[in-house]
Write a protein that binds this ligand. Structure first.
Ligand code: ZN
Ligand code: FE
Length: 255
């Protein structure tokens, strides 16, 4: 299996998941042209589109890419009618395939009510596609769900094995880390993360693909128990996790 990030629009990523058979799925077909170019470059044949959620910057290429081919277009069961060209409705526990690669679907509502993560375990390699729910060093805005739903969804993803690599929907990491440092200035992992991301971005390489272990050390939305974050934002020491999460999300919205 190979994972190929495809920069789209201004800061979106589509991803090709290319199986050993040469067949490919695209996660979040933001737009058709860059995905087509990447398929050609990689010598891969598109058989599936896996959409993480209905927002246009994640599904804008679905119609064009699915036209005239036997392409399976996957999205959450509740996104029927909202995801262009959808042929398959999935929920937690369902699996989708491309060639010899199998992905597990995990419903992760919050950013939208029909958000889905796709988790792949292929040999020793584990990856999860999180759309706009878990970002590297951040999380998406809560547009349709509640803070409780979003918090539970992030915890569901974070409960996957620690060496799972995170491929999210946007190149937001540098910005997210600025907020993370603001709320938790003495977290040394953040200094290392900022250096890592600066080096990658200087070479115009994606900053995505962090492990869940790194996310648990760096991502303020997975660190709602941190005494320093709570002190910075005036969150009570004994506040429950969802209350703390909601306060951190609100502070990020206003950052
Ligand atoms: Zn979105
Ligand atoms: Fe988005």
């Amino acid at each position: 299996m190979r994972i190929v990030p495809v920069p789209c629009l201004s800061d979106n990523y589509a991803y090709l998941v290319i199986s050993g058979t040469g067949e490919a799925a695209v996660v979040d077909a933001s737009e058709a042209a860059p995905v087509r170019d990447a398929l050609r470059r990689e010598g891969a044949r598109l058989t599936a589109i896996w959409s993480t959620h209905h927002h246009l910057d994640h599904v804008g290429g679905n119609g064009e890419l699915a036209a005239g081919g036997a392409i399976e277009v996957v999205a959450h069961v509740s996104d029927r009618g909202r995801v262009p060209a959808q042929t398959r409705a999935v929920d937690t526990g369902d699996t989708v395939r491309v060639g010899d690669v199998e992905a597990k679907c995990i419903h992760i509502p919050g950013h939208t009510l029909g958000a889905v993560a796709y988790y792949i375990q292929a040999g020793a390699e584990r990856v999860v596609f999180t759309g706009d729910t878990l970002f590297c060093a951040g999380c998406g805005r809560i547009f349709e769900g509640t803070p409780a739903q979003m918090h539970a969804s992030l915890e569901r993803v974070a409960a996957l094995p620690g060496d799972t690599r995170v491929f999210c929907g946007h190149e937001y990491t540098a910005n997210n880390l600025r907020f993370a440092v603001h709320v938790e200035p003495s977290n040394a992992a953040l200094v290392r993360a900022q250096a890592r991301v600066a080096a990658l971005r200087a070479r115009a390489e994606p900053s995505v693909g962090t492990t869940l272990d790194e996310e648990r050390a760096e991502n303020p939305f997975l660190r709602v128990g941190s005494a320093e974050i709570r002190a910075t934002l005036g969150i009570a020491k004994d506040a429950d996790a969802v209350t703390a999460f909601a306060a951190i999300r609100a502070a990020k919205d206003a950052f």
